[in-house]
Design a protein around this ligand. Structure first.
Ligand code: LMR
Length: 327
C-alpha cells in the first residue's frame, strides 16, 4: 500500500471510531431503595433517556447511597462527579432558605396540597432559587407525608420530651423537635437504621415507603400516623453541565425527566397506602392513630417554629403554601 493510501485508511478508521464514540455517561445518584417513588423515577429516567438518545447517552443509576450519601452528594454534583441527584427538600438549607417552607410542621393538609403548591407560580419559582449557586431544579418529585416513630407511643407533644430524634440536615426540623422538648440529631439517611437499632436515637420521622423499605419499623416499637409534614424531593442538576449540553440532548433529557417525575409521582400516590399496610401487616411495630385533639396539641406546640423561620423563607412563599390547602 502506498503511503498516501495508508494515511487515507488510517483517517477512515479514526473517523469511524469517532462516529462510534462512547455514549456520554450520566450519573444519577440517590439514597433510597429502588422500589420507592424516587428509586422508580430514576430507573424510568434511564429508560426514557436512553430510548430517546440511543447510543448517545448512558444513564447510570446508583441507589441506596452506593455512590454518594446525602452528606456528600450535593458537593459531588457541584464538582461534576455526579450529574443528577434528588435530595429531600429538607436538605437545601445551605443553598437557599426558601425551600425551608416544605419543612414547616403542619403546613400542608395533605400531599395534594403540596402538589398544588409545587405546580403553582411560587413553587415553580423556587426551582430556580439556587441558580446562583450553580444548582438547577429540574422538577419536584413526591415521596409523601411523614410519620413520627419512636420506642414509645407519642400521643401528645409531652411524650416526646427528652427523647433523641434523628433528623435530616434541616434547621427547621431541628427547631420542630426542640419545640416539644426533644433532642434532635442530624444524621445521614444511610445511618438511620443502625442509629435506631443501637439506641443512638429513640425516634425519627419518614414517609411510609422509606419506613418499610429501610425496615425502620423493625427497630421502632411505635409509628404514629401523624402526617405532620412532607418529605418530597427536588431533582437537581449542575447548571453549568446542563447548559453546556447540545440543545437536542438537553431537550430530550428534559422531556425524559418530566415523564420520569410523573411516573415517580404516580408511584408515590399509588403506593403510600400499600406501604402503610405492609408496615401494619408485618406486626413489628404498632401503628398508633392520633385523635383530633392530640393532633391539635402537636400543631399548637409547633407554632413557634413557623414564627422562627417565616421571615427567612418569605411571607409570600408561606402564604402561597397555605393557600394551596384550599382546593
Ligand atoms: C431522609 O434522609 O430521611 C430522606 O430524605 C431520605 C430520602 O431521600 O428519602
Amino acid at each position: 500500500m502506498q503511503l498516501k493510501q495508508l494515511s487515507f485508511a488510517v483517517a477512515l478508521v479514526v473517523a469511524s471510531t469517532a462516529a462510534m464514540a462512547e455514549p456520554m455517561v450520566i450519573k444519577y445518584s440517590h439514597v433510597v431503595a429502588e422500589q420507592t417513588p424516587k428509586g422508580q423515577a430514576a430507573i424510568k429516567f434511564k429508560e426514557l433517556a436512553e430510548k430517546a438518545l440511543p447510543g448517545k447517552v448512558e444513564v447510570q443509576v446508583f441507589p441506596n447511597s452506593q455512590l454518594f450519601g446525602d452528606g456528600k452528594e450535593m458537593e459531588a454534583l457541584l464538582l461534576g462527579d455526579v450529574h443528577i441527584i434528588a435530595p429531600s427538600l429538607a436538605k437545601f438549607g445551605k443553598y437557599t432558605p426558601k425551600l425551608q417552607v416544605f419543612d414547616l410542621p403542619f403546613l400542608f393538609d395533605d400531599i395534594h396540597a403540596v402538589d398544588r403548591f409545587q405546580d403553582g407560580p411560587k413553587g415553580q419559582e423556587l426551582l430556580d432559587s439556587m441558580k446562583k449557586k450553580g444548582i438547577k431544579g429540574l422538577g419536584y418529585l413526591h415521596n409523601g407525608m411523614k410519620q413520627l416513630s419512636a420506642q414509645k407511643p407519642l400521643k401528645t407533644p409531652a411524650d416526646a420530651e427528652g427523647l433523641k430524634f434523628r433528623i435530616q440536615s434541616s434547621d427547621v426540623l431541628e427547631a420542630q423537635f426542640k419545640a416539644v422538648g426533644g433532642n434532635p440529631q442530624k444524621l445521614a439517611f444511610a445511618e438511620v437504621y443502625q442509629a435506631l437499632q443501637t439506641g443512638v436515637v429513640d425516634g425519627t420521622e419518614n414517609p411510609w415507603s422509606n419506613i418499610y423499605t429501610k425496615k425502620f419499623h423493625e427497630v421502632q416499637k411505635y409509628i404514629m400516623e401523624s402526617d405532620h409534614g412532607v418529605l418530597d424531593y427536588m431533582v437537581i442538576t449542575n447548571t453549568g453541565w446542563w447548559d453546556g449540553l447540545p440543545d437536542d440532548v438537553r431537550t430530550a433529557l428534559n422531556k425524559a425527566m418530566v415523564e420520569s417525575i410523573k411516573y415517580g409521582n404516580k408511584v408515590a400516590f399509588d403506593e403510600a397506602a400499600n406501604y402503610r399496610q405492609k408496615v401494619i401487616d408485618d406486626k413489628k411495630a404498632e401503628v398508633v392513630k392520633l385523635s383530633k385533639d392530640e393532633v391539635a396539641q402537636w400543631r399548637k406546640a409547633m407554632q413557634p417554629v413557623w414564627k422562627k423561620f417565616e421571615g427567612d423563607i418569605g411571607k409570600d412563599v408561606v402564604d402561597a403554601a397555605i393557600a394551596a390547602n384550599k382546593n
